[in-house]
Design a protein around this ligand. Sequence first.
Ligand SMILES: C[S@@+](CC[C@H](N)C(=O)[O-])C[C@H]1O[C@@H](n2cnc3c(N)ncnc32)[C@H](O)[C@@H]1O
Length: 375
Amino acid sequence: MPYELTDEQRDRYRETSIRSQLRKRELLRRHIEGGDTDTVELGQRFDPNDLMPQLESNGLTCLSLFSGGGGLDLGFERAGFEHGSAFEILDICGKTLQANRPEWDVRYGAAGDVCIAPFTPFRGVDIVHGGPPCQPFSTAGKQAGANDARNMWPDFVRCIQQTRPRAFIAENVPGILDRKFATVVNKNILAPLSENYIIFKFKLAAHDFGVPQARRRVFFVGFRAARDAARWVAPLPTHGDVGDLLGPIFSRNTTRRSLGLPDQGFDVVAPTLRSGFTGPRNTTGVVNSKASLKIWNELHIWPNGVQPTRALAAAYKPENGDFRLSVDDCALLQGFPSDWRFCGAVYQALGQIGNSVCPPVAYVVARQVARALRG
Ligand SMILES: C[S@@+](CC[C@H](N)C(=O)[O-])C[C@H]1O[C@@H](n2cnc3c(N)ncnc32)[C@H](O)[C@@H]1O
Protein backbone atom coordinates (compact mmCIF):
# COMPACT_ATOMS: atom_id res chain seq x y z
CA MET A 1 0.00 0.00 0.00
CA PRO A 2 1.49 3.41 -0.93
CA TYR A 3 1.65 5.86 1.95
CA GLU A 4 -1.13 8.49 1.95
CA LEU A 5 0.72 11.75 2.68
CA THR A 6 -0.41 15.36 2.57
CA ASP A 7 1.75 17.76 0.51
CA GLU A 8 2.90 19.32 3.75
CA GLN A 9 3.97 15.97 5.22
CA ARG A 10 5.69 15.02 1.98
CA ASP A 11 7.68 18.28 1.99
CA ARG A 12 8.66 17.75 5.62
CA TYR A 13 9.86 14.18 4.96
CA ARG A 14 11.78 15.32 1.89
CA GLU A 15 13.44 18.10 3.88
CA THR A 16 14.42 15.71 6.70
CA SER A 17 15.75 13.19 4.23
CA ILE A 18 17.90 15.77 2.39
CA ARG A 19 19.23 17.15 5.69
CA SER A 20 20.08 13.67 6.89
CA GLN A 21 21.81 12.76 3.61
CA LEU A 22 23.90 15.93 3.73
CA ARG A 23 24.81 15.30 7.35
CA LYS A 24 25.75 11.72 6.57
CA ARG A 25 27.92 12.81 3.65
CA GLU A 26 29.72 15.39 5.78
CA LEU A 27 30.29 13.02 8.72
CA LEU A 28 31.56 10.23 6.49
CA ARG A 29 33.84 12.67 4.63
CA ARG A 30 35.36 13.68 7.96
CA HIS A 31 35.71 10.01 8.87
CA ILE A 32 37.52 9.19 5.60
CA GLU A 33 39.85 12.17 6.10
CA GLY A 34 40.64 10.84 9.57
CA GLY A 35 39.24 13.86 11.41
CA ASP A 36 36.92 11.98 13.78
CA THR A 37 37.34 12.95 17.38
CA ASP A 38 34.07 11.70 18.80
CA THR A 39 34.44 7.91 18.79
CA VAL A 40 32.72 5.61 21.32
CA GLU A 41 34.98 3.70 23.67
CA LEU A 42 33.51 0.21 23.64
CA GLY A 43 33.99 -2.22 26.48
CA GLN A 44 34.30 -5.98 26.17
CA ARG A 45 31.63 -7.53 23.99
CA PHE A 46 29.69 -10.68 24.48
CA ASP A 47 31.21 -13.64 22.60
CA PRO A 48 28.52 -16.00 21.21
CA ASN A 49 31.13 -18.76 21.01
CA ASP A 50 31.05 -18.88 24.84
CA LEU A 51 27.48 -20.16 24.50
CA MET A 52 28.47 -22.87 22.03
CA PRO A 53 31.91 -24.31 22.75
CA GLN A 54 33.07 -26.43 19.82
CA LEU A 55 32.22 -30.07 20.53
CA GLU A 56 34.25 -32.99 19.19
CA SER A 57 33.07 -34.56 15.97
CA ASN A 58 30.19 -36.96 16.63
CA GLY A 59 30.52 -38.52 13.17
CA LEU A 60 26.92 -37.65 12.26
CA THR A 61 26.31 -35.99 8.88
CA CYS A 62 23.81 -33.25 8.06
CA LEU A 63 21.93 -32.14 5.00
CA SER A 64 20.81 -28.52 5.27
CA LEU A 65 17.75 -27.18 3.43
CA PHE A 66 16.74 -23.49 3.14
CA SER A 67 20.13 -22.70 4.66
CA GLY A 68 19.94 -18.87 4.48
CA GLY A 69 22.93 -17.18 6.08
CA GLY A 70 23.82 -20.33 8.01
CA GLY A 71 22.41 -20.00 11.56
CA LEU A 72 21.28 -23.63 11.82
CA ASP A 73 24.35 -24.87 9.92
CA LEU A 74 26.76 -23.08 12.23
CA GLY A 75 25.01 -24.29 15.39
CA PHE A 76 25.12 -27.89 14.14
CA GLU A 77 28.79 -27.57 13.20
CA ARG A 78 29.72 -26.29 16.66
CA ALA A 79 27.75 -29.14 18.23
CA GLY A 80 30.07 -31.60 16.45
CA PHE A 81 28.04 -32.52 13.35
CA GLU A 82 29.63 -32.90 9.92
CA HIS A 83 28.23 -30.60 7.28
CA GLY A 84 27.09 -32.54 4.22
CA SER A 85 25.43 -30.24 1.68
CA ALA A 86 23.44 -27.02 1.87
CA PHE A 87 20.54 -26.00 -0.43
CA GLU A 88 19.58 -22.34 -0.65
CA ILE A 89 17.94 -20.47 -3.51
CA LEU A 90 19.37 -16.97 -2.91
CA ASP A 91 22.80 -16.34 -4.42
CA ILE A 92 23.80 -13.92 -1.68
CA CYS A 93 23.15 -16.51 1.04
CA GLY A 94 25.12 -19.11 -0.91
CA LYS A 95 28.01 -16.66 -1.15
CA THR A 96 27.92 -16.07 2.60
CA LEU A 97 28.06 -19.81 3.28
CA GLN A 98 30.89 -20.35 0.80
CA ALA A 99 32.88 -17.37 2.07
CA ASN A 100 32.70 -18.62 5.66
CA ARG A 101 33.16 -22.32 4.93
CA PRO A 102 34.84 -22.85 1.55
CA GLU A 103 35.02 -26.57 2.32
CA TRP A 104 31.22 -27.00 2.54
CA ASP A 105 29.21 -28.26 -0.44
CA VAL A 106 26.91 -25.28 -0.95
CA ARG A 107 24.31 -25.39 -3.74
CA TYR A 108 22.63 -22.11 -4.50
CA GLY A 109 20.59 -20.32 -7.15
CA ALA A 110 18.73 -22.82 -9.35
CA ALA A 111 21.09 -25.58 -8.14
CA GLY A 112 19.96 -24.87 -4.59
CA ASP A 113 16.21 -24.86 -5.26
CA VAL A 114 14.71 -27.32 -2.79
CA CYS A 115 11.53 -27.54 -4.88
CA ILE A 116 13.28 -29.19 -7.82
CA ALA A 117 16.28 -30.91 -6.21
CA PRO A 118 16.29 -34.70 -6.21
CA PHE A 119 17.26 -35.91 -2.73
CA THR A 120 17.64 -39.65 -3.23
CA PRO A 121 21.43 -39.22 -3.77
CA PHE A 122 21.58 -38.12 -0.11
CA ARG A 123 20.04 -41.31 1.21
CA GLY A 124 22.08 -42.39 4.23
CA VAL A 125 22.61 -38.90 5.67
CA ASP A 126 22.02 -38.94 9.46
CA ILE A 127 20.22 -35.61 9.84
CA VAL A 128 18.15 -33.30 7.67
CA HIS A 129 17.57 -29.83 9.05
CA GLY A 130 15.97 -26.70 7.70
CA GLY A 131 13.72 -23.73 8.21
CA PRO A 132 11.15 -23.72 5.38
CA PRO A 133 10.21 -20.08 4.59
CA CYS A 134 8.08 -18.83 7.44
CA GLN A 135 6.17 -16.04 5.66
CA PRO A 136 3.09 -18.25 5.03
CA PHE A 137 2.66 -18.54 8.82
CA SER A 138 4.21 -15.33 10.09
CA THR A 139 2.07 -12.82 11.98
CA ALA A 140 3.98 -10.18 9.99
CA GLY A 141 2.44 -11.56 6.78
CA LYS A 142 -1.01 -12.50 5.49
CA GLN A 143 -0.89 -15.96 7.09
CA ALA A 144 -2.11 -17.72 3.96
CA GLY A 145 -0.51 -20.96 5.21
CA ALA A 146 -0.72 -23.86 2.76
CA ASN A 147 -2.23 -21.61 0.08
CA ASP A 148 0.86 -19.41 0.02
CA ALA A 149 3.21 -20.20 -2.89
CA ARG A 150 6.05 -19.92 -0.39
CA ASN A 151 4.79 -22.89 1.60
CA MET A 152 7.68 -25.31 1.03
CA TRP A 153 6.87 -27.83 3.69
CA PRO A 154 5.84 -30.37 1.03
CA ASP A 155 9.42 -30.31 -0.29
CA PHE A 156 10.88 -30.61 3.19
CA VAL A 157 8.66 -33.67 3.69
CA ARG A 158 9.68 -35.07 0.27
CA CYS A 159 13.34 -34.71 1.24
CA ILE A 160 12.79 -36.66 4.46
CA GLN A 161 10.91 -39.37 2.56
CA GLN A 162 13.68 -39.65 -0.04
CA THR A 163 16.67 -39.55 2.35
CA ARG A 164 15.21 -41.37 5.37
CA PRO A 165 17.54 -39.70 7.93
CA ARG A 166 17.79 -40.92 11.52
CA ALA A 167 16.42 -37.55 12.65
CA PHE A 168 15.09 -34.31 11.20
CA ILE A 169 14.90 -30.84 12.68
CA ALA A 170 12.61 -28.17 11.25
CA GLU A 171 12.31 -24.64 12.50
CA ASN A 172 9.56 -22.07 11.99
CA VAL A 173 7.77 -19.05 13.43
CA PRO A 174 5.44 -19.47 16.43
CA GLY A 175 2.53 -18.50 14.13
CA ILE A 176 2.64 -21.99 12.64
CA LEU A 177 1.12 -23.30 15.90
CA ASP A 178 -1.93 -21.00 15.61
CA ARG A 179 -5.19 -22.93 15.76
CA LYS A 180 -6.06 -21.78 12.27
CA PHE A 181 -3.09 -23.77 10.89
CA ALA A 182 -3.72 -26.91 12.95
CA THR A 183 -5.28 -28.79 10.01
CA VAL A 184 -2.56 -27.66 7.59
CA VAL A 185 0.19 -28.68 10.00
CA ASN A 186 -1.43 -32.03 10.78
CA LYS A 187 -2.22 -32.87 7.17
CA ASN A 188 0.90 -31.57 5.42
CA ILE A 189 3.64 -32.00 8.00
CA LEU A 190 2.77 -34.28 10.88
CA ALA A 191 0.68 -36.93 9.11
CA PRO A 192 3.13 -37.80 6.29
CA LEU A 193 6.17 -37.64 8.56
CA SER A 194 4.69 -39.49 11.51
CA GLU A 195 4.32 -42.59 9.35
CA ASN A 196 8.03 -43.15 9.97
CA TYR A 197 9.02 -40.69 12.69
CA ILE A 198 8.20 -39.93 16.30
CA ILE A 199 7.84 -36.15 16.33
CA PHE A 200 8.35 -33.62 19.13
CA LYS A 201 7.12 -30.06 18.79
CA PHE A 202 8.32 -27.28 21.11
CA LYS A 203 9.01 -23.54 21.35
CA LEU A 204 12.32 -21.98 22.38
CA ALA A 205 13.17 -18.37 23.21
CA ALA A 206 16.65 -17.25 22.19
CA HIS A 207 17.03 -15.03 25.27
CA ASP A 208 16.57 -18.15 27.47
CA PHE A 209 19.81 -19.47 25.97
CA GLY A 210 22.03 -16.42 26.39
CA VAL A 211 21.29 -14.65 23.11
CA PRO A 212 20.73 -10.95 23.92
CA GLN A 213 17.55 -10.74 21.82
CA ALA A 214 13.89 -11.67 22.32
CA ARG A 215 13.17 -14.21 19.58
CA ARG A 216 10.81 -17.15 19.79
CA ARG A 217 10.82 -20.04 17.37
CA VAL A 218 9.07 -23.39 17.00
CA PHE A 219 10.98 -26.61 16.39
CA PHE A 220 9.82 -29.97 15.11
CA VAL A 221 12.27 -32.76 15.88
CA GLY A 222 11.59 -36.25 14.53
CA PHE A 223 13.35 -39.57 15.23
CA ARG A 224 13.07 -42.65 13.06
CA ALA A 225 13.91 -45.12 15.83
CA ALA A 226 11.77 -45.38 18.96
CA ARG A 227 14.98 -46.02 20.93
CA ASP A 228 16.40 -42.62 19.90
CA ALA A 229 13.09 -40.86 20.52
CA ALA A 230 12.95 -42.31 24.03
CA ARG A 231 16.27 -40.59 24.81
CA TRP A 232 15.17 -37.17 23.53
CA VAL A 233 15.11 -34.34 26.07
CA ALA A 234 14.25 -30.83 24.82
CA PRO A 235 16.81 -28.12 25.73
CA LEU A 236 16.21 -26.46 29.10
CA PRO A 237 16.72 -22.70 29.51
CA THR A 238 20.16 -21.73 30.75
CA HIS A 239 19.53 -17.97 31.12
CA GLY A 240 16.71 -16.15 32.93
CA ASP A 241 15.68 -15.18 36.44
CA VAL A 242 18.25 -16.88 38.63
CA GLY A 243 17.56 -18.00 42.18
CA ASP A 244 15.24 -20.94 41.66
CA LEU A 245 17.20 -24.13 42.41
CA LEU A 246 15.90 -25.89 39.30
CA GLY A 247 15.78 -22.76 37.10
CA PRO A 248 18.33 -21.09 34.82
CA ILE A 249 21.93 -20.73 36.00
CA PHE A 250 22.77 -17.42 34.36
CA SER A 251 20.99 -14.11 34.17
CA ARG A 252 19.98 -12.91 30.71
CA ASN A 253 22.46 -11.19 28.45
CA THR A 254 21.26 -7.67 27.79
CA THR A 255 21.74 -5.44 24.76
CA ARG A 256 24.03 -2.66 25.92
CA ARG A 257 26.23 -4.92 28.02
CA SER A 258 26.55 -7.40 25.13
CA LEU A 259 27.55 -4.63 22.73
CA GLY A 260 30.13 -3.30 25.19
CA LEU A 261 28.26 0.00 25.68
CA PRO A 262 28.50 1.96 28.93
CA ASP A 263 25.85 1.44 31.61
CA GLN A 264 23.19 4.15 31.45
CA GLY A 265 20.74 2.69 33.94
CA PHE A 266 18.45 0.75 31.58
CA ASP A 267 19.36 -2.47 29.83
CA VAL A 268 17.21 -5.37 28.60
CA VAL A 269 17.39 -8.02 25.87
CA ALA A 270 17.03 -6.46 22.42
CA PRO A 271 13.67 -6.54 20.66
CA THR A 272 13.34 -9.09 17.81
CA LEU A 273 15.39 -7.87 14.86
CA ARG A 274 13.35 -7.50 11.72
CA SER A 275 14.70 -9.27 8.63
CA GLY A 276 15.92 -6.97 5.86
CA PHE A 277 14.20 -9.28 3.36
CA THR A 278 10.73 -8.47 4.70
CA GLY A 279 8.63 -5.38 4.09
CA PRO A 280 8.02 -3.31 0.99
CA ARG A 281 11.55 -1.93 0.52
CA ASN A 282 15.12 -3.00 1.03
CA THR A 283 15.28 -1.71 4.54
CA THR A 284 18.35 -0.93 6.60
CA GLY A 285 16.33 -0.70 9.82
CA VAL A 286 15.66 -3.53 12.25
CA VAL A 287 12.56 -2.17 14.03
CA ASN A 288 9.64 -4.57 13.79
CA SER A 289 6.94 -2.79 15.79
CA LYS A 290 6.07 0.41 17.67
CA ALA A 291 6.69 -1.39 20.96
CA SER A 292 10.16 -2.40 19.85
CA LEU A 293 10.98 1.16 18.75
CA LYS A 294 10.15 2.32 22.28
CA ILE A 295 12.62 -0.19 23.71
CA TRP A 296 15.37 0.82 21.26
CA ASN A 297 14.78 4.46 22.29
CA GLU A 298 15.02 3.59 25.98
CA LEU A 299 18.23 1.69 25.28
CA HIS A 300 19.58 4.79 23.48
CA ILE A 301 20.30 2.65 20.45
CA TRP A 302 19.44 3.84 16.95
CA PRO A 303 17.98 0.91 14.99
CA ASN A 304 17.61 2.61 11.57
CA GLY A 305 20.18 3.33 8.91
CA VAL A 306 22.28 0.36 10.07
CA GLN A 307 25.82 0.79 8.74
CA PRO A 308 28.08 -1.84 7.16
CA THR A 309 30.80 -1.46 9.81
CA ARG A 310 31.18 -0.24 13.38
CA ALA A 311 33.59 2.48 12.27
CA LEU A 312 31.03 3.91 9.83
CA ALA A 313 28.25 3.64 12.42
CA ALA A 314 30.38 5.55 14.94
CA ALA A 315 31.25 8.19 12.33
CA TYR A 316 27.59 8.68 11.36
CA LYS A 317 26.18 9.29 14.82
CA PRO A 318 22.44 10.07 14.96
CA GLU A 319 21.53 13.67 15.79
CA ASN A 320 20.26 12.66 19.24
CA GLY A 321 23.63 11.07 20.12
CA ASP A 322 22.30 7.48 20.43
CA PHE A 323 24.51 4.53 19.47
CA ARG A 324 23.94 3.58 15.82
CA LEU A 325 23.91 -0.13 15.01
CA SER A 326 26.18 -1.76 12.44
CA VAL A 327 25.76 -5.11 10.67
CA ASP A 328 28.36 -6.55 13.09
CA ASP A 329 26.27 -5.43 16.07
CA CYS A 330 23.09 -6.98 14.62
CA ALA A 331 24.94 -10.23 13.93
CA LEU A 332 26.15 -10.26 17.52
CA LEU A 333 22.65 -9.62 18.88
CA GLN A 334 21.53 -12.62 16.81
CA GLY A 335 24.27 -14.79 18.35
CA PHE A 336 26.69 -14.98 15.41
CA PRO A 337 30.37 -14.95 16.39
CA SER A 338 32.41 -12.04 15.05
CA ASP A 339 34.29 -14.16 12.52
CA TRP A 340 31.06 -15.12 10.68
CA ARG A 341 30.77 -12.59 7.84
CA PHE A 342 27.67 -11.78 5.78
CA CYS A 343 28.01 -11.04 2.08
CA GLY A 344 25.98 -8.37 0.32
CA ALA A 345 24.57 -4.91 0.92
CA VAL A 346 23.36 -3.93 4.40
CA TYR A 347 19.73 -4.95 3.73
CA GLN A 348 20.91 -8.34 2.43
CA ALA A 349 23.07 -8.92 5.50
CA LEU A 350 20.15 -7.88 7.74
CA GLY A 351 17.92 -10.21 5.72
CA GLN A 352 20.19 -13.16 6.37
CA ILE A 353 20.59 -12.25 10.05
CA GLY A 354 16.88 -11.63 10.71
CA ASN A 355 15.88 -14.85 8.92
CA SER A 356 18.31 -17.05 10.79
CA VAL A 357 18.01 -19.38 13.71
CA CYS A 358 20.26 -17.90 16.40
CA PRO A 359 23.31 -20.20 16.25
CA PRO A 360 23.41 -20.77 20.05
CA VAL A 361 19.77 -21.95 19.87
CA ALA A 362 20.56 -24.23 16.92
CA TYR A 363 23.48 -25.51 18.99
CA VAL A 364 21.44 -26.56 22.03
CA VAL A 365 18.90 -28.34 19.83
CA ALA A 366 21.70 -30.05 17.85
CA ARG A 367 23.47 -31.13 21.04
CA GLN A 368 20.30 -32.72 22.41
CA VAL A 369 19.69 -34.50 19.09
CA ALA A 370 23.25 -35.87 19.16
CA ARG A 371 22.72 -37.11 22.73
CA ALA A 372 19.54 -38.91 21.68
CA LEU A 373 21.20 -40.51 18.65
CA ARG A 374 24.37 -41.58 20.42
CA GLY A 375 22.81 -42.93 23.57
C1 LIG B 1 13.90 -18.89 7.39
S1 LIG B 1 15.15 -18.76 6.20
C2 LIG B 1 16.27 -19.99 6.75
C3 LIG B 1 17.28 -19.52 7.72
C4 LIG B 1 18.32 -20.54 8.08
N1 LIG B 1 17.75 -21.78 8.57
C5 LIG B 1 19.28 -20.00 9.13
O1 LIG B 1 19.26 -20.49 10.26
O2 LIG B 1 20.04 -19.07 8.83
C6 LIG B 1 14.44 -19.55 4.79
C7 LIG B 1 15.36 -19.60 3.61
O3 LIG B 1 14.77 -20.38 2.58
C8 LIG B 1 15.24 -19.88 1.34
N2 LIG B 1 14.40 -20.41 0.26
C9 LIG B 1 13.18 -19.97 -0.15
N3 LIG B 1 12.73 -20.73 -1.16
C10 LIG B 1 13.66 -21.67 -1.41
C11 LIG B 1 13.77 -22.75 -2.33
N4 LIG B 1 12.80 -23.00 -3.22
N5 LIG B 1 14.88 -23.50 -2.29
C12 LIG B 1 15.87 -23.24 -1.41
N6 LIG B 1 15.83 -22.24 -0.51
C13 LIG B 1 14.74 -21.47 -0.50
C14 LIG B 1 15.16 -18.39 1.54
O4 LIG B 1 15.96 -17.72 0.59
C15 LIG B 1 15.66 -18.24 2.98
O5 LIG B 1 17.04 -17.99 3.01
